[in-house]
Design a protein around this ligand. Structure first.
Ligand code: PLP
Length: 389
């Protein structure tokens, strides 16, 4: 046998293991100091009541002969796909049920979708960004090129007509920068994709954090997008499903064979999301569920505001936080990302994530998240103020 040697080309990911190692060493040396973690990319608030009630009800159904369910449809139960369909309709996006695929989260689908594309495609990935896009393509041996995101373009790169790409990743609101594209900017990408017969893989995992109605939450709010874009959504950050696992992917039929191929891929390699979880996910889209998750997102957004107000007062350049749980800041005094990490840990025991871990353009930047508790976020920012003012 021959193994997939492309795996040798993956760069080791030391980011979160190095963060954990450094923090643990610090705690061992300074057991009396309180370390505050503002680096986490995971939610901390529990599932909302509407979801928990729906999960309980579904568990009971599974214990009764008359309502027990075995294998479900690989692409998801109609009750959940209809809930997603109604959710899109609120933003005037009309989807057919067989364009909606329920998944166990965006990460799996973002990787799995590559099964339906040829190895010869050139892939365009923004830098910095969520590392999964690069790694999944390296595993398949595809050529990856980068679109530079930096302070000059406010971390929102636009298409370069001189660059030819077949598969384009867009993450908006962005992890790690928190930057979000407006409709005019997204239209430029849609036009580029249509002109170049490229496909956009649009990662909308943080769409729920967009608070300005004029900003797009789905790429299908842009004319022409159904002919060139696949959209990935997740209930992880929206509704606290990081451990519960559920998401959905939209593959429009206007993309021709891709819709049929994705269905074929999923029915062959995937056996669906558990019934119980899909009932919990359905409850996210109920009136009660929407009100409850809005409250949770509001909590995280208040934390984000505390962080960005403090950075403003300390004259530290930053973006994000308004339509995203992430705040992306420029390390003061030209420190590197890791120097700044050490500086914060040593001096004020606040932990964030070095920007260099998200791509070469992340060097000199730093990511803070609003997923911590309100009390810890406020305390961390008081420490920031003391250190920088
Ligand atoms: N996409 C982005 C941009 C993310 O930041 C994450 C998780 O952090 C995911 C996708 C993964 O989402 P899921 O939990 O649905 O797999």
């Amino acid at each position: 046998m021959n193994i997939n040697e492309n795996y040798q080309n993956l760069e080791e990911s030391y980011l979160f293991s190095t963060v954990a190692k450094k923090v643990n060493e610090f705690i061992q040396k300074n057991p009396d100091k309180k370390v505050i973690r503002l680096g986490i990319g995971d939610v901390t608030l529990p599932l909302c009541k509407a979801v928990v009630d729906a999960l309980h009800k579904a568990v009971d159904e599974m214990g009764i002969q008359a309502t027990f369910r075995g294998y479900g449809p690989e692409q998801g139960y109609d009750f959940l796909r209809e809930a997603v369909q109604r959710y899109y309709l609120k933003r005037n996006v009309q989807l057919e049920l067989d364009e909606i695929f329920i998944s166990d989260g965006a990460k799996s689908d973002l990787g799995n979708i590559l099964d339906i594309f040829s190895k010869d495609n050139t892939v365009l990935v923004p830098d910095p960004v969520y590392p999964v896009y690069v790694d999944t393509n390296v595993m398949a041996g595809r050529k990856v090129i980068f679109a530079d995101a930096n302070g000059e373009n406010e971390f929102l790169p636009l298409p370069d007509e001189s660059v030819k790409a077949d598969i384009i990743y867009i993450c908006s609101p962005n992890n790690p920068t928190g930057a979000v594209y407006n409709k005019e900017q997204l239209k430029k990408w849609v036009d580029y994709a249509l002109k170049n017969r490229a496909v956009i893989l649009f990662d909308a995992a943080y769409e729920c954090f967009v608070s300005d109605d004029s900003l797009p939450r789905s790429i299908y709010e842009i004319e022409g997008a159904k002919e060139c874009a696949i959209e990935f959504c997740s209930l992880s950050k929206t509704a606290g499903f990081t451990g519960t696992r559920c998401g959905y992917t939209i593959v429009p039929k206007a993309l021709g064979k891709l819709n049929k191929f994705w269905l074929r891929r999923q029915t062959t390699k995937f056996n669906g999301v558990p019934y119980i979880i899909q009932r919990g996910a359905e409850a996210v889209f109920s009136e009660k569920g929407q009100a409850e998750i809005k409250e949770n997102i509001g909590y995280y957004k208040e934390n984000a505001k505390v962080i960005s107000d403090t950075l403003e007062q300390c004259n530290i350049w930053h973006v994000g936080g308004k339509h995203s749980p992430y705040i992306w800041l420029k390390c003061p005094n030209n420190m590197t990302s890791w120097d700044f990490f050490d500086y914060l840990l040593e001096n004020i025991q606040v932990v964030g994530t070095p920007g260099s871990g998200f791509g070469k353009n992340g060097e000199g930047y730093f990511r803070l998240t609003s997923f911590g508790s309100k009390e810890n976020t406020i305390e961390a920012m008081q420490r920031f103020k003391k250190l920088f003012s």
